[in-house]
Design a protein around this ligand. Structure first.
Ligand SMILES: *Cc1c(COP(=O)(O)O)cnc(C)c1O
Ligand SMILES: [Zn+2]
Length: 401
């Protein structure tokens, strides 16, 4: 399978971080010759199999992935994520049905594992000795784990002082080389080529293998819902690779005859890092911003996959909106109070859904899936600070009475 620019369709190497036009490399949509019922059956059979690669929810989907030699596959058995029905979440948001697709229930605690297993396997197959990424934390933690499994070196450029201690600890545990960068994620991304000898494989979501792995979340979701498509899929947006991946997954599943309609897709950004909201509303080119938000995983001011993501949202008749940090943290506490939990960025999906319902974009009887992108232990400082603040305010209120 060849890769082309997702904007101008020129051939672009899978290893390039951008096309000359600014677009990113992408694999064409998969179109395997397999009947929908045969494909669905194969997925169920493989889910019950103990064959190593089939214990991964990603590699179970071999027919829709770029072909790689089996002995290059680096897996931690990612891709076996739950969908939790949430009655309390549905009533908080005001919708008929709400399910949480919890991508934080992956080996390193975020959806990055779905893409990383494919990107690191491809790097191994290509003979790379090491991998590198810019990261707000989760990409680097995932990269470090898969690189360690593969016996490769890994390098993470991280915005100095702006990532959670838990994520930093995690990537160090897996043996990453941390390269602190002054500024934001966007500054770290611009320094990617300054690390290594030019032989390191870049595993940011500009790497098209990442998107191939991440699109698998769609198939896993649909399989668990017996191929019933929700009315809406809501997810947080940072660099916008995951939105692009979900769009691709649904597009392919539809073309393969696995589903008979497509969901509307809503992307939620943090108010302090919302360049995609602006370009969705005003058109033209994306105007980068300097990101400020407590939801560090989506603190990105110059998202690389915005054109792809914009097409996905527009084609789905979807929505893009921003919510402030307070709404994100309140929604996060509600998800936690249900025994589910997630990291701050993930809760933007619930906070955003509530706004979409209140403004009438989402109907009251809507069947919605909200994507929880990261695990609750990813940012314990944010949790402690939130509850201490609540307690302090409660104490103040009590004193005033
Ligand atoms: C990476 C990440 C995001 C943002 O995903 P993009 O593909 O960059 O839009 C959101 N939430 C969490 C927890 C993440 O790790
Ligand atoms: Zn191009």
């Amino acid at each position: 399978m060849n890769t082309i620019c997702s904007d101008c369709s020129a051939p672009v190497a899978a290893t390039a971080t951008a096309c000359a036009c600014g677009g990113v490399a992408a694999f064409e949509d998969a179109s395997p010759r397999i009947s929908p019922s045969g494909f669905k059956r194969a997925l169920r059979d493989r889910r019950a199999s103990n064959e190593l690669r089939f214990r991964s929810g990603v590699w179970r989907l071999a027919e829709v992935l770029p072909p790689l030699p089996h002995d290059a596959i680096v897996t931690l058995f990612e891709g076996n994520m739950p969908v939790y029905e949430s009655e309390r979440g549905a009533s908080f948001a005001g919708v008929g049905r709400l399910g949480y697709l919890h991508l934080g229930m992956n080996p390193t605690g975020s959806f990055k594992d779905l893409g990383m297993t494919v990107a690191v396997s491809a790097a191994k197959a290509a003979g790379a000795t090491g991998v590198v990424c810019a990261s707000t934390g989760n990409t680097a933690a995932s990269m470090a784990a898969y690189a360690a499994r593969a016996g490769m070196e890994s390098y993470a450029l991280v915005p100095s002082g702006k990532i959670s201690g838990a994520k930093l600890a995690q990537m160090r545990d897996y043996g990453v080389n941390v390269v602190p960068v002054e500024g934001s994620f966007d500054d770290a991304f611009n320094k990617l080529s300054s690390v290594g000898d030019g032989k390191l494989a870049v595993v940011n979501s500009t790497n098209p293998y990442r998107v191939e792995g991440q699109k698998c979340a769609v198939y896993m979701l649909l399989d668990q819902r017996d191929w019933n498509v929700p009315d809406w899929l809501v997810l947080p947006g940072g660099n916008l690779g995951n939105v692009s991946a979900f769009g691709k997954g649904f597009r392919e599943a539809f073309a393969l005859g696995l589903i008979d309609r497509l969901p509307r897709i809503a992307v939620v950004q943090a108010a302090g890092a919302a360049p995609f909201v602006r370009v969705f509303e005003l058109g033209g080119d994306l105007v980068p911003v300097v990101p400020h938000t407590a939801a560090s995983a989506i603190a990105i001011g110059n998202p690389k996959s915005w054109r792809k993501a914009l097409r996905v949202v527009r084609e789905s008749n979807g929505a893009v909106l921003a919510v402030d940090d307070e709404a994100i943290l309140d929604a996060k506490a509600r998800i936690g109070a249900e025994g589910i939990g997630c990291e701050p960025a993930s809760a933007a999906s619930l906070a955003g859904l509530r706004v979409l319902r209140a403004s009438g974009v989402v109907a009251p009887d809507a069947d919605v899936v909200a994507v929880l992108t990261g695990h609750t232990l990813k940012d314990t400082d944010a949790i402690v600070a939130y509850h201490e603040r609540l307690e302090a305010n409660g104490a103040k209120r009590a004193a005033a009475v």
